[in-house]
Structure formats: C-alpha cells, structure tokens
Design a binder for this molecule. Sequence first.
Ligand code: ADP
Length: 583
Amino acid sequence: MKVFLQLGWFFKQERKSYITGVILLLFVALLQVIPPKVIGVIADHINEGTMTKKLLMEWMAVLIVTGMLMYGLRFYWRIMIFGSSVKLSKILRDRLYHHFTNMSPAFYQKSRIGDLMAHATNDLSAIQQTAGAGVLTLVDSLSTGGFVIIAMAFTISWKLTLICLIPMPLMALLTSWFGTMLHKSFYKAQGAFSSLNDKTQESIMGIKVIKTFGQEKEDIEDFRKQSEDVVQKNIVVAKIDSLYDPTISILTGISFFLSIVFGAKYVLNGVLTIGELISFTTYLGLLIWPMLAFGWLFNIVERGRASYDRVTKLLSEKVDIQDQENARDVVPCGDIEYRLTSFTYPGETHPVLKDIQFSLERGETLGIVGKTGSGKTTLLKLFIREFEGYKGEILFGGSKIADYKLDQLRGAIGYVPQDHFLFSANVEENIAFANPAVKQAEIEKAAKLANIHDDILQFTHGYQTVVGERGVSLSGGQKQRISIARALLMNPEVLILDDSLSAVDAKTEEAILASLKQNRKGKTTIITSHRLSAIQHANQIIVLEEGTIIERGTHEELMELDGWYKNMYLHQQLEELVELGGQ
Ligand code: ADP
C-alpha cells in the first residue's frame, strides 16, 4: 500500500475530488446495508402473517428510494475518482516528456527506446489505475465490508458473524501470496513487452535494410518468437490471476455453508427469526465483492507500485548536461580554442580524442579531415556540449563553453550533422525550425545559399510540400541541403558542416561553399569532409588519425609535407580525373 503514500502529493492536489468521491462511496456502502434488512423484515411479516398491502408498499418505497440514491451516488463518485486519476497520468506523461527532451544523447545511448515507450504507456496506465480503481477498491472494500459486518454482528447475531468469518484470515494470507506471485510474473511480462516494443521500433526504422538484404522472413520469425514470449509470460500472469477468483469463491462457499448450518440451528432454537437468517445470508452475499475486491486491490496496487517505482527512477535520473550556476546569459562569439587532453565516451575504456590543441580566430574557416572513425564528429559534438567529461578545456570567446547557458551556446552554433533529420512538416517549416516566425524571404535566401531553392520550386507544392517521414521522398543530397538551409537561416556565429555535403555532387558542393564564403564574412565556419576539395580553401586544416592531430596547416603547407593529406589529395584528384575521363 506504500504506493498510496507515494502518490500522496497527487491526492493532496486533487483533495476536493477525492474527498467528495470517498464520502459518496461511504454513503453508497451505508445504503447497501438497507435492502437485506428490508427483505428480512418483509420475510418475517409474511411468516408471521402480519403483512398488509400498505406495509408492503412502504417497504417497497424504501427499497426504490435506496436503489435510486445508490444509482446517482455511484455515478458521481466515478466521475470524481476516475476523472481525477486521468489527470495523474497526464501530469506524469508531461513530466516524462519534459525529462526525455532534456536528456543528453548519452542517456539515449544507454536506454532502449522501447523501454522508454513502455514507461510512457503501460506504466502510466498502471499508475492511473492505482489512483482510480485502486482508491475505489480500497475504500469500497473496506467500507462495504466494514458496514456489512457491523450490520450482521450488531443487528442480527455476533456469534453467527464470528463463525462465518472464520475463513477470512486464510483469505488474507492467500491474497498476499497471490500478490507476490503476481508481482513477479507481471514484472517479467512487462520486460518482455518492452523488448518486443524495442524490436518493432528497430525493425520499422530499419525496414529498408531488412528488405535490401532479404531478411523479412528472419525478421518476422524473430518478431514471432518475441511476441510468443510476451504471450507466454502474460499467460503465467493470467494463470495466477485466474487461480485467485475460484479460491475466493471456495472460501465464500464455506462461509455460506457455515451460515446455513449454524443459522438454521439458531432459527430452530428461536434465537433468530427466519427473516433475520434471510437478511444474514444476503449480507454474506454482499461480502463477496469486498473480499474479491481486496485481492483485486492487491493486484492493482502491485502493478501500480512497480510502475511508479520505474517512472520515478527514470525521472530522478539526473539531466547530465545542464546550465551551471551563474552561467553567462549571452550569445558567445569570438575565437575558439581547444585545449583537450583526452576524451572517452561514457561507458568506454579507450579515449577517442587525445591531445587536441588548436585555435581558430573569429571569422576563419577550419577544415577537419581524416579517416572515418578518426574522431571528427566527436570533436564537434564536444563543442555543442552533446557530451562532456573530457579532460582539458574548450574555449569560445575567451570563456569555457560550459560557462555559457546551454541555450545561448547552441543558439550561436548552426550544426548540420551527418545524419540529418527532417520533420513531417513542409519544407518551409523544416527550414524555419529554429525560428518559425521568420519571413518567407529569409527562408528563400537561406535555401538559395544552400543551393536547394530551385529544387524546392520543382516540388509539387513548392515550399509547402510536406517532407519527412510522411512526406515526399527526397534524395539524400536534397535532404542535406534542406538541413544546411535550416542552419544557415539562423545566421549562426559558428556554422558546422559535419560531412553534410557528402551526398551532393562536387559541383553543387563548390557552389554552396562559394556562396557561404561570400555570405559568412566575419563568421566562423567548421567543415569536416571526406572530399578534400571541400576544405581546400580553409584558413586552417587539421588532419585527425585515431583521435589525434597528425598534420595541420593550410592546403599549401600540407601539400608540402608529403603526408596523409597530400597522398589523399592526389588520390582524390586522380579519381576525379578517371571519373571525368569515363564520361
Ligand atoms: P568520424 O566523425 O571521424 O567518423 P567519430 O567521431 O564519429 O569519427 O568516431 C570516433 C570514434 O568514436 C569511433 O571509434 C566511434 O566508434 C567512437 N564513437 C562515436 N560515437 C560514439 C558514442 N556515442 N559512444 C561510443 N563511442 C563512439
């Protein structure tokens, strides 16, 4: 029952609805005691031959009024309690979403998306059930059970009541045992469901690869197995669940048996009237619901507690990259300086960057080249504070990057990643993503700079064409250029093109770079590329290998070194010649 305490903050917040709901519930429980009593009284009148038409009408009226009152009150407490519990899942859903959006990529690296989705759906609905059906069952079973037992003991026979309640302790024991079993099996079932969620998500995202490699059958088989696993684990839950009701029925059966055996004896001895025995057995019938409800309550509360624990654990996970106290609330600008001793990814043992030292004056262009996996992207991700925990420091405008507010730092940087992402919105909205209020003319200007304007005009609805997952299919190069336009629209202090020209042809690349050069005077640009021609005109070029700088200088200086850069440059030129010759 700890979960009710844990949810105390919510009950406090919604106390009006809950108090009203609980009071109405208590009323209903009290009203429930009336009909069995009335039936007993009527039976006695009939038995003694004292029943008149008027008397019968009066008692009937009592029954009808009680029934109508219960009907109305039941309707209202449902609104009060269930209505409030929906709010709880909304509050928790909002918190989770807020938390998810604040977490850094390191968090997403270690969490499985399927798990996160399961928390946001299954777990929240289990918690909502606890705050709704859980509260109802707790109050209802205790109050109905309590009032009925009181009515039995004080208005009929406390001896008979005691006898009939003998199976109760056994029921409490069994209930708690079932609860534990249920909790364990439910946890496993939930875990299997998470895995299935994960698998589905991955397969749908990777459907193209699956098809290309003709792995549909294998994938379906894999899905079938996992789905089967979910079923099996849920069957275990259902089995335990299904054992519960019959067990309770047997125990209530024993109660009825005892009431008839001993009740009949009392009637024969004249201790009880026949009407009282009828009332008594009807009351016993009313006790079945609270008994079952109690088991059900265990079930709901166990699920709710497990889910609430998982959600709170998730919410308490610290946002690892956030503003420092007294962070500077200004847009950073100026020179950039890396004084990095080393950086190791969270959970890894070997550093991916070692001894990275360079400085870049404001307005300059830096080219970063090197083999795939040499650490180019990592180096840039540290600059936008996607990852932290490096040894050394990175300065921007004379201050450490962590000294600025995260929003301000990121506002100063237009980062175009390798794996661009377009939202299911139109082209215009995708370009204006960071600043939806911007004028159409500016959007077009950015699109022109990114060399995508003409392509957009060719789309069926021009700038209004919907792209992204649910939109038209664009080529890799078109997507890249829309992403570049998105970054350019911010006119950022630092523009970072992280291999973001890989899918455009050499000529388009040249045109984009030329327009950037013209339009970004006085602003810093960092470009990583496989094609050395893209960074040839940079003020400074660094060559990375296995996370460390092996060559640096301008294009001309590097060509004199006779190292990796020169070899690669000549190699690429030769390739280009061969390609041209082949046309
Ligand atoms: P590049 O951009 O030059 O291709 P990266 O910076 O992407 O290189 O990768 C450098 C190294 O860091 C690679 O060995 C890669 O496997 C590793 N790496 C990249 N991202 C992560 C990550 N999120 N977690 C752990 N290792 C990573």
